[in-house]
Design a protein around this ligand. Structure first.
Ligand SMILES: [Zn+2]
Ligand SMILES: [Zn+2]
Length: 450
């Protein structure tokens, strides 16, 4: 058996891992690289493997860095089934449609052609085969696997591949326990080879209680200073979790009186889609859903789907709160709000997710005094607040708990989906403390498993 890391190796985005055994070829995820221009070039380049020879694709979840290049894979000749959960099957369609629209709009500015078209997308959607958590699937070409709850976003899964009497376990992206709406991670018990994410390998998140208090403080500050609170949110999960918290605060009469805007067409559609999947909610969300199907809404929340509706936000007087994509501030409607509000000292940016190396969000977190948006330098006078506790990714403690729940020591652990330095540090830690043979693959590196 051999495993090749075609993305998310020494970096967070672009997950795409090929497992080959005899004539069997399974790809786990086929995501896009995210960040800036460099990443776009990588997305546009050819796959370094023969897509037509891949028997099946198993998709862990609907985030763009895991599904973004699926239509391109189909365009390159992949004709096999795409296995994923029912919720992911619905969400991935929304995410890919949106990404195509963004690429088409962006073409005028960047001159970079979209790396797939509508036809490829439609074909890819036909190849999707939803499967249930825990269901063992045997498919053509000797592909055998099962999915487990990963607790990262709605519909997210870890993957157990069964090949050559071995279990190859992909963590997929792992979430933190106690996150709202979805269920917690189903911890693994058995694996011979492990491929695990390491986004926050050397970081401990602040306590979950911090999450609501940081949000509350930002709301009060914005209200008091008649400012603007911008929450750049990933359309999938983070947005719904922020809405969940705001809904709660509203129920407790703790929301200051000001308008809230959900200004992301994708996040709006995904929030609607959530209402169709109560079967994968946790107990608390099921209860909230039974009481009120609209449990992700509250008075004062304005949904701005069209660009005309979105423009009304500009003329609304402050204080106001705007939740918009993209989460890493590398595109989407958040960019025009940043241009407008970053120079104002009574603006707050609440950063609720991972920011990749070349993204505007990362530059803001690094404290840059001006950031380039659409060719113009925008001075930064806004307050930038980081709220790790909103992260949908497992921190150091959860990653250790996850990998050590495997009863018999795996022969090899590969750390992907993480920046090189923290991943290497975490690998050394797992070697020293738990005597686990841990590797950090480089891009396109192949490992033989015996
Ligand atoms: Zn993810
Ligand atoms: Zn990811």
């Amino acid at each position: 058996m051999q495993i090749t890391f075609y993305g998310a190796a020494g970096e967070v985005t672009g997950s795409c891992t090929l497992v080959e055994s005899g004539d069997t070829r399974v790809l786990v995820d086929c995501g896009a690289f995210q960040g800036g221009y460099k990443e776009r070039i990588k997305n546009n380049s050819k796959f370094p493997f023969d897509a037509a020879k891949v028997d099946a694709l198993v998709l862990t979840h609907a985030h763009y860095d895991h599904c973004g290049r699926i239509p391109k894979l189909v365009a390159a000749g992949f004709k096999g089934p795409i296995f994923t959960t029912e919720a992911t099957a619905h969400l991935v369609k929304l995410i890919l449609e949106d990404s195509l629209r963004v690429m088409e709009n962006d073409y005028q500015k960047s001159g970079l052609l979209p790396f797939f078209n509508e036809e490829h997308l439609a074909l890819a959607m036909k190849q999707i085969k939803p499967v249930k958590y825990g269901q063992k699937v045997n498919s053509r070409g000797g592909v055998s696997f099962a999915l487990r709850e990963a607790g990262h976003v709605l519909g997210s899964a870890s993957v157990e591949l069964y090949l050559e009497d071995k279990t190859v376990l992909f963590s997929g992206d792992l979430g933190n326990d106690g996150a709202p709406i979805m269920r917690d991670t189903n911890m693994p018990e058995k694996a011979d080879v492990v491929i695990m994410e390491s986004t926050y390998a050397m970081r401990e998140h602040e306590a979950r209680t911090e999450r609501v208090s940081k949000l509350e403080q930002a709301l009060l500050y914005t209200h008091k200073h008649r400012g603007v609170l911008l929450i750049p949110a990933f359309a999938l999960e983070r947005t719904q979790e922020v809405l969940w918290d705001l809904h709660r605060l509203s129920d407790l009469h703790k929301l200051p009186g000001m308008p809230f805007y959900l200004d992301s067409p994708l996040a709006i559609k995904i929030t609607d889609e959530f209402r169709h999947h109560p079967d994968v909610f946790d107990a608390e969300a099921v209860k909230a859903y039974k009481m009120h199907h609209d449990f992700l809404s509250f008075p004062n929340l304005h949904i701005t789907l069209t660009s005309d509706e979105s423009k009304t936000i500009n003329s609304a007087p402050a204080p106001k709160v705007i939740i918009a994509g993209s989460g890493m501030m590398d595109g989407g409607r958040i960019m025009h709000h940043l241009k407008r509000y970053l120079p104002l000292p009574n603006t707050t940016i609440l950063v609720v997710g991972y920011q990749s190396v070349n993204s505007t969000g990362r530059r803001l977190l690094n404290g840059e005094k001006a950031v380039r948006i659409d060719g113009r330098f925008i001075p930064v006078h806004a307050k930038i607040i980081k709220a790790d506790s909103f992260s949908a990714h497992a921190d150091y403690n959860k990653l250790i708990k996850w990998v050590t729940s495997i009863r018999k020591k795996p022969t090899t652990i590969f750390l992907n989906h993480g920046e090189m330095l923290p991943a290497k540090e975490f690998a050394n830690f797992l070697k020293d403390k738990y005597d686990l043979n841990t590797q950090v693959p480089r891009a396109k590196q192949t490992f033989k498993i015996v």
